[in-house]
Write a protein that binds this ligand. Structure first.
Ligand code: SAM
Length: 281
């Protein structure tokens, strides 16, 4: 059963965290000319009009991208944040209002070079239809299907380098272990691939299943980055956003920490950012 629709949450604090981390990784990878295959295993719609009834219902972007967007002039001296906000600006249809927020397919497609490839998996038929309507470059392939199985089938990729984003909705609790097994299998087939895995911080703490399995499975060089809105258990629902990066590019920790130091005060008084090596070399 697929009931999750990202439009209800588009542009929230977790998207800010996830897409800044993704941009920091992609920026670094694009410094070298050798081609990259990007795989987005859980793509969603690609672009989210913020006035859509689903997005307006919870209005989570008002406590996520919006305060950063409104502060963009003050943030212009922070390299990662200002580039991210400029990219968001490029998606707006004129005017000074924030009208659309980009999802991961857009972020990945935006700087795709002619020699790179992009594979976008989406299992939900309605979400896939939305994604199909987005204007994307010809080397971006949209696939209606299971992204975890699709990733493993696609390996090894024909390009020298690989970058994967795994961003499930975790509607089923089994997804934490399924994601861990997929990452372990992918890293066996593509040892030098850069793999980003997003996970929610929820009071039930199910993300520990994912983290522990990756450590037990023998994965090395896994970096962890977390953004929390408040302490666990203070309120119901998601209290934070987590991102693992296997084989993180050099310098991503400092770049993201510098951006987060400026972003967290705008995301909430109790908002905190932390990062460490989940598994070292
Ligand atoms: N990555 C997107 C972004 O950053 O804009 C958001 C993705 S959303 C959190 C998760 C998406 O995964 C939903 O659109 C859902 O329909 C889709 N999905 C769920 N299970 C899937 C699967 N096994 N394979 C591919 N897509 C799946």
């Amino acid at each position: 059963m697929l009931s999750y629709q990202h439009a209800y949450h588009a542009g929230n604090f977790a998207d800010v965290h996830k897409h800044l981390a993704l941009n920091a990784v992609v920026d670094h990878l694009l410094r070298k000319p050798s081609p990259i295959t990007f795989v987005d295993t859980h793509s969603g719609r690609g672009v989210y009009p913020l006035d859509a009834p689903e997005t307006q219902r919870l209005g989570e972007y008002r406590h996520g991208v919006l305060p950063l967007w409104q502060a963009r002039e003050r943030l212009a001296d922070e390299p990662l944040l200002s580039a991210w906000l400029e990219d968001i600006d490029a998606l707006q249809q004129g005017g000074s209002r924030l009208e659309r927020y980009p999802g991961s397919p857009w972020w990945l497609a935006r700087r795709l070079r002619g020699s790179d490839r992009l594979r976008l998996f989406e299992l939900h038929p309605g979400e896939h239809d939305h994604l199909s309507q987005q204007a994307l470059p010809a080397n971006a392939l949209r696939i209606h299907g299971d992204g975890l199985a699709g990733l493993i089938q696609a390996l090894p990729v024909p390009t020298p380098r690989l970058c994967v984003l795994i961003d499930p909705s975790y509607e089923r609790k089994e997804e934490y272990s399924e994601v861990a097994e997929c990452v372990l299998a992918a890293m066996r087939k593509a040892r030098h691939g850069v793999v980003l895995v997003w996970y929610p911080l929820l009071p039930a703490g199910r993300h520990h299943v994912l983290l522990e399995r990756l450590r037990e499975g023998g994965l090395r060089k896994v970096w962890r980055s977390e953004l929390t809105l408040h302490a666990p258990g203070e309120e119901r629902g998601m209290y934070g956003s987590g991102m693992l990066v296997a084989n993180p590019p050099w310098g991503i920790d400092e770049r993201l920490a510098a951006a987060m130091a400026r972003a967290t005060p705008l995301l909430g008084e109790a908002c905190r950012y932390s990062a460490d090596w989940w598994v070292g070399e």
